[in-house]
Design a protein around this ligand. Structure first.
Ligand SMILES: C[S@@+](CC[C@H](N)C(=O)[O-])C[C@H]1O[C@@H](n2cnc3c(N)ncnc32)[C@H](O)[C@@H]1O
Length: 228
């Protein structure tokens, strides 16, 4: 598979075998996705949920049965990914928004829960900083923001080690090397991960409290932040 010109085209193509590719290409993928369900605060009952960069809906799928009456907004730049969500979830109140985060109107107090699974690393540093503020703005009081992702800047001194461990992981499922080659072309072109400690600072600057890092294994992590 060759890489495409835009995020939308790239993930339209990636959608074909998405979940299996993620399990084989992303260390801890299933564990980090399970935290969207396991890390919800006790007694929390969201009525409006936003899935940012929903892909085929794997993040929301972990908890949608728990909140069958909530209204869900699935947002993604890739039309094909949204089509997969449309086929996957029936009998729920759902809105599909085919746009880039940068063009979405984050209205005040519109959601109780915002989730982002492996999507924010596609944003540049300054876009993440702005997004955290917009996410805070769009959450209701007591609202929850949860994120699972790769959290290391490419200039971090551990980045070369991360890549070496990552390569070994990918080659266990895809030993011929072609998938790793494609993945690194994708990574160079589309991925802009940031360090966890920087993201925690930006969350505080965006006025989130109660920032809780559930897992952080070899730079793959999950955090939850609450708007009080
Ligand atoms: C790696 S996938 C993650 C999908 C899913 N959330 C998951 O955890 O498996 C990243 C998704 O984010 C979307 N995406 C990336 N950058 C985006 C942006 N700036 N605006 C909207 N969608 C974006 C891509 O189209 C893709 O579907």
């Amino acid at each position: 598979m060759s890489i495409k010109d835009t995020i939308a085209d790239e993930f339209d193509a990636f959608s074909a075998n998405y979940t299996q590719d993620m399990i084989g290409c992303v260390p801890y993928y299933e564990i980090l996705m399970s935290h969207f369900k396991d890390h919800l605060p006790k007694g929390f009952k969201p009525t409006r949920v936003l899935d940012l960069g929903c892909g085929n809906g794997n993040a929301t799928a972990t908890f949608i049965k728990k909140y069958p009456k909530a209204h869900y907004t699935f947002l993604d730049a890739s039309k094909e990914m949204l089509n997969l969500c449309e086929q996957r979830f029936n009998n729920y109140s759902i809105e599909f928004v085919n746009t880039y985060f940068q063009d979405f109107d984050f209205r005040s107090s519109s959601f109780d829960l915002v989730v982002a699974g492996f999507s924010l690393h596609h944003c540049k540093t300054e876009e993440k900083q702005l997004l955290f503020k917009e996410i805070n703005h769009t959450l209701t009081k007591g609202g929850v923001f949860m994120c699972s992702d790769l959290m290391i800047h490419k200039e971090n001194t551990d980045h070369a080690t991360l890549k070496e461990n990552w390569k070994q992981f990918v080659q266990r499922t895809f030993p011929d090397g072609a998938k790793w080659k494609w993945l690194m072309e994708h990574y160079d072109e589309f991925d802009k991960p940031d360090n966890l400690k920087d993201q925690v600072v930006w969350l505080k600057e965006a006025k989130f409290d109660n920032i809780d890092v559930k897992v952080y294994e070899n730079y793959w992590g999950h955090f939850r932040a609450i708007k009080n």
